[in-house]
Design a binder for this molecule. Structure first.
Ligand SMILES: Nc1ncnc2c1ncn2[C@@H]1O[C@H](COP(=O)(O)OP(=O)(O)OP(=O)(O)O)[C@@H](O)[C@H]1O
Length: 313
């Protein structure tokens, strides 16, 4: 297993944890989606894989990368993990790039500093990676500054940088959300191609359940820091079992879907909202009084699990 998160709970001073007893696995060559509304804990989960935790957080559970627990490893092992084993791609490529350094220097310096490659070798590898990331005329682009490239081209640079150390795991946090539709499709195709060629494990974070269903092998749906449904992408999309998953699908229908758009009423809870029962109950069209008391437990459903007492009965 490339990644195995086991019973991860992260508390950072709110009335409820940011993540509560969350578990997932990512195998070699597998794309695993993390879906949920803003504030559900997707980024916190991805960042925990690099041990980038909220300040003063209380953390329990395990985050195993290639069998080693990231949460307890020593500083040297953590540095090695961040430099060579796991790469993260963020929504805004500009946040990963230094605006006053040329693209070529950015890529080359990273390889010299973090991987200890000689400069000439790092330069040759940077050219190779930019070409592999679909950037035409890589020589010319190496001499450019970030502001001279479009968002889509910059995301290709960031993807090239992410592949420099041949990581086993890629964390893509809304990596295509800020791009226009055509560029988004091109970037997704690129991610899929490099992922398949290198048999990378990938955690793909998005708020778009349709996109996750199309792009991922398996999908986990997060709500208020809890995993509400975990299924193979196709099954989750065709037969959602948790009312929240069904709600997400109903509020973003496809073009040819004649049914009316039905937004989920209410808002996702903040960290100041605590629950005794199911966190989704206040917004759930099927909830009964008993749901306010039922602490969600994963119930086995076709292909995976859903944490809803109505699935159980
Ligand atoms: N460093 C931190 N300290 C305290 N609270 C935090 C910290 N980071 C995140 N949170 C809180 O944890 C919750 C989950 O945030 P997170 O960014 O993981 O959600 P998300 O699902 O990725 O949302 P988005 O789609 O908006 O990025 C939010 O309520 C957020 O305010």
């Amino acid at each position: 297993m490339v990644l195995s998160v086991e019973g991860l709970t992260i508390e950072a001073g709110g009335r409820r944890p940011i993540l509560s007893d969350v578990s997932l696995t990512v195998g070699r060559g597998e794309i695993v989606g993390l879906v949920g509304e803003s504030g559900s804990g997707k980024s916190t989960l991805a960042r925990s894989v690099l041990r980038l935790l909220p300040q003063h957080a209380t953390v329990s559970g395990r985050v195993l990368v290639a069998g080693d627990d990231v949460l307890t490893m020593d500083p040297d092992a953590l540095r090695d993990l961040r430099a060579t084993q796991v790469s993260m791609i963020y929504q805004d490529p500009r946040s990963s790039l230094n605006p006053v350094r040329r693209i070529g220097d950015f890529l080359t310096e990273r390889m010299v500093l973090t991987l200890g490659r000689p400069k000439s070798e790092a330069r040759a590898r940077a050219l190779e990676l930019l070409a592999a990331a679909g950037l035409r005329e890589p020589e010319r682009h190496m001499r450019k500054y970030p502001h001279e490239l479009s968002g889509g081209m910059l995301q290709r640079v960031v993807i090239a940088a992410a592949l420099a150390a041949d990581p086993a795991l890629l964390l893509a946090d809304e990596a295509t959300s800020a791009l226009d539709v055509t560029t988004q499709a091109e970037t997704l195709a690129l991610l899929r191609r490099v992922q398949a060629e290198r048999e990378l494990g990938m955690v793909f974070i998005t708020h778009d359940l349709h996109l996750a269903a199309a792009f991922c092998d398996r999908v986990h749906v997060l709500y208020a820091g809890t995993m509400v449904e975990s299924r193979p992408a196709k099954e989750l999309f065709e037969d959602p079992r948790h009312p929240y998953t069904a709600g997400l699908l109903a509020c973003t229908p496809e073009l040819d879907d004649p049914r009316p758009i039905r937004p989920i009423p209410g808002r996702p809870p903040s960290l100041d909202d605590a629950f005794t029962g199911c966190p989704f109950a206040p917004r759930c069209p099927h909830a009964t009084d008993a749901c306010e008391q039922w602490r969600p437990q994963p119930v086995t459903v076709s292909g995976g699990s859903a944490a809803c007492r109505l699935v159980e009965v």
